[in-house]
Design a binder for this molecule. Structure first.
Ligand code: TEU
Length: 560
């Protein structure tokens, strides 16, 4: 595995910023680039190696920037190009790399290409998008948009539909058209030339659609465009032309994908991408794969998925390790205990993925154990997916408003988009104005200022996780074995390399539990290198361990 030592991102930790909710330098009520610049020293203290910025480009913000109308200019809500250039320069001065979000499965319908193509079959940009004639007076296929409703919208002037896998304001690009692929290369090259260090590729495994556009009588249509027929060809083309030319680190967001596909996307020869996000572990609280439901999470399924991917990607591909992002609820509320055991369970959940092989991503606020905001009325929500689904669940599925609001409080993407809580000042110190989205009501207790003043805070625990990845080689190169796959509350796995054995033990529940370490482990040579009940670190490891509620421990055995 000597290739692993070579690339910086194999031992790095990447921090995700959703600019709209990160820090407002003024009183607009929305975050901006100047606000990010003001927090670079905080991020340096945390010890992260790179920042992934979600889209900062010009956009009507229907989908908060994932609907891009101009790839070459900064959204004035966030600032100007000079602000970005300053952020890039100052981040680099502090040894922090910058990764930008590239959304090229679709553009905004406000983009000049789409505006030219709409209502005009002769436009030079018509074939940049996917247009189909009606079938029996209806949409060309029965595919569903991921935000609810049909995935096609009629252009009445030309009596053709255009495809939109997401909102109708997000028109899918036609990657079959080489001019589209050339435009994408130009966009990425523009930002790479400025010194951007890498790119996160939004739903990049959806760009190649099966060209027969048939109805789906078994599902919502995703099987006809997910990991499609030419996706690897397209990625190799872009990689050769741009990513490998600039040495960019790349991470692909893979929607509904498979292990085999991800082994290919992130193969160690980097012909396509450096690494991939997959979401299988974040569907264990879905009922029959349906997100908009309420259910306790399936713990055994979670461990099975982790085992499948850790063992499957070992020596073949490279995973982005994460719990949180701007689309997912806060993990401490979702799988932990955001009340009595908020600190312990936040640390335990972090440990259980940060000791795995891959590159960990920390989402803004996760490092201080931020929780879901607990909204109680639809007026508090801003995300179009959530407001669409509110209407659908209420008016098409017949659910009660009480049930719908309970589901939104658990699953809405706004759960992760409430502003970062910097201090106990009004609105958590996020803005001097009125925030675009309400701050969680626990900001006086849960905030960065409090965390920095508490040596046992979640913040300093994340800082230690980030350091350990650089200090302990087995975390990066070791194999993976689940030591208790059937255990109903313990997630306990082993990482092993030639010189080191690491045991990561996590109690996922609020009840105490005993665990006996396998006899073949020479624990006399071991020492605890991390734990979320601080006093244990001086303990001498015992064969039988008594774990307290949400307790985790990391045991390292140096095999000399
Ligand atoms: O997300 C794609 C994706 O898979 C999620 O949108 C998921 O389908 C959705 O959250 C429903 O659970 C990416 C971006 O991360 C997301 O913010 C964008 O809305 C989406 O693509 C469209 O660009």
């Amino acid at each position: 595995m000597n290739k692993i030592e070579k690339e910086w991102w194999r031992t790095a930790t990447i921090y995700q910023i959703y600019p709209k909710s990160f820090c407002d330098s003024g009183n607009k009520g929305t975050g901006d680039i100047k606000g990010i610049i003001s927090k670079l020293d905080y991020l340096k203290t945390l010890g992260i190696d790179a920042i992934w910025l979600t889209p900062i480009y010009q956009s009507p913000m229907i989908d908060n920037g994932y609907d891009i109308s101009d790839y070459y200019n900064v959204n004035p809500d966030f600032g100007c190009m000079a602000d970005f250039d300053l952020l890039l320069e100052m981040a680099h001065q502090k040894g922090i790399r910058i990764i930008l979000d590239i959304v090229v499965n679709h553009t905004s319908t406000e983009h000049k290409w789409f505006q030219s193509a709409l209502g005009n079959k002769e436009s030079e940009y018509r074939d940049y998008y996917i247009w189909k004639d009606p079938v029996n007076g209806q949409a060309p296929t029965n595919w569903e948009s991921k935000f609810g409703g049909n995935a096609w919208e009629l252009d009445e002037k030309t009596d053709q539909y255009y495809l939109h896998l997401f909102a109708k304001e997000q028109a899918d690009l036609n990657w079959e058209n080489p001019k589209v692929r050339d435009e994408v290369k130009d966009i990425i090259s523009f930002w790479a030339e400025k010194g951007v260090d890498g790119f996160r590729l939004d739903v990049i495994n959806l760009i190649s659609k099966q060209q027969d556009y048939q109805n789906d009588y078994q599902g919502d249509g995703r099987r006809f465009y997910t990991d499609g027929p030419r996706v690897h060809e397209y990625l190799r083309e872009i990689s050769d032309a741009v990513f490998n030319k600039y040495g960019s680190v790349t991470v692909g967001e893979m929607s509904s994908t498979t292990l085999e596909q991800c082994q290919q996307y992130s193969a160690l020869d980097s012909k396509e991408l450096s690494m991939v996000f997959n979401f299988h572990h974040l569907k264990v609280d879905y009922v029959n794969g349906e997100k908009w439901t309420q259910a306790p999470f399936d713990f055994l399924q979670l461990k099975t998925i982790f085992n499948h991917w850790q063992q499957g990607m070992s020596g073949k591909g490279w995973s982005a390790l994460f719990w949180c992002n701007h689309d997912q609820p806060r993990i401490v509320s979702r799988l932990g205990n955001d009340q009595e055991y908020r600190v312990e369970s936040a640390k335990m959940l972090a440990t259980s993925v940060h000791m795995m092989q891959g590159t960990p991503y920390v989402y803004q606020g996760e490092e201080i154990g931020m929780t879901n905001p607990g909204y109680t009325s639809i007026e508090q929500y801003r995300d179009l997916e959530s407001t669409n689904m509110y209407e659908i669940m209420l008016n098409q599925q017949g659910k009660s408003e009480e049930d719908v609001l309970a589901i939104l409080a658990q699953k809405s993407r706004d759960n992760s988009r409430s502003p970062v809580q910097w201090s106990s000042a009004p609105h958590g110190g996020f803005t001097k104005g009125i925030p675009w989205l309400e701050v969680a009501n626990n900001y006086k207790q849960v905030n960065v200022q409090q965390a920095l003043e508490d040596e046992n805070s979640v913040f300093y625990y994340y800082k230690r996780l980030i350091e350990l990845r650089k200090e302990v080689e087995v975390i990066t190169t070791g194999d993976y074995t689940d030591l208790a796959p059937e255990h109903s509350q313990l997630f306990c796995y082993q990482r092993r390399s030639e010189e080191q054995t690491l045991i990561c033990i996590n109690n996922y529940y609020g009840e105490p539990v005993e665990y006996e370490l396998p006899m073949n482990l020479v624990i006399e040579q071991g020492k605890y290198i991390l734990g979320n009940y601080p006093e244990l670190l001086t303990d001498k490891p015992q064969r039988v361990i008594k774990l307290r509620p949400y307790e985790c421990r990391v045991l390292l055995i140096e095999d000399h």
